[in-house]
Ligand binder design. Structure first.
Ligand SMILES: [Zn+2]
Length: 205
């Protein structure tokens, strides 16, 4: 690699650090102002993913399950690992819901779906660095062992209008909001048409 290449690499690492810091700051703000913070967080998380060294140039999601910057990932994308590796029952419910939402003028996208253990660990490591302890970080990011994203049984939905649509109508498809501080995170927690359990306070709950 030439001098120019090394310099570009250095700038890229600096950019990753800055963006990661902003992301984690926004994560902290999520509990206070979920809709605005979530939109910004999704965008910035995607930016971090695209800047990460070794990131795949895959168009809609890396093989780790990261969704690159600027990508609006459809629940009907069959190539993206983030969607492809979701639990089949969850994916079917999500697609049904997305179709019905669209018919009502609400566009639904996947901001994060399946994640590899390594990707989940990186998210947790960043949160620990930010909050200073695993205990605090766990309020926002789960461990690879516990995260339903790693088992393909959780999906983060955007944009904000779609989050609220899903909170209101998700139970019809068995999809429930799991954490009070994450309006975008849904899992299959009831039978279609059933009643969702009350959300937990946060991911540590
Ligand atoms: Zn989630």
């Amino acid at each position: 690699m030439g001098v120019a290449g090394r310099m570009a690499g250095g700038r890229r690492r600096v950019a990753v650090g800055v963006v990661a810091t902003v992301v984690l700051g926004l994560a902290a703000a999520c509990a206070g102002n979920p809709p605005a913070a979530q939109k910004a967080l999704s965008t910035l998380e995607a930016t971090v993913a695209s800047l990460s060294p070794g990131g795949s140039p895959s168009p809609s999601s890396t093989e780790d399950g990261q969704v690159p910057d600027g990508v609006t990932l459809s629940p009907f994308d069959t190539k993206a690992a983030a969607v492809r590796n979701l639990d089949p029952a969850l994916l079917a419910a999500l697609r049904k819901a997305a179709g019905d939402a669209k018919a009502q003028g609400i566009e639904m996208s996947v901001t994060s779906g399946w994640r590899s253990k390594a990707y989940q660990q990186r998210l947790l490591d960043k949160a620990v660095a930010k909050y200073g302890s695993l205990e605090q970080a766990r309020r926002f990011v789960n461990t690879p062992e516990k995260s339903a994203h790693v088992s393909g049984k959780a999906v983060d939905v955007g944009a904000t209008a779609a989050d609220y649509w899903m909170i209101q109508h998700g139970a019809k498809y068995g999809l429930c909001q799991v954490y009070a501080n994450e309006i975008w995170h849904f899992e299959l927690l009831t039978t279609p048409g059933g009643t969702c359990p009350a959300p937990l306070a946060d991911a540590a709950g």
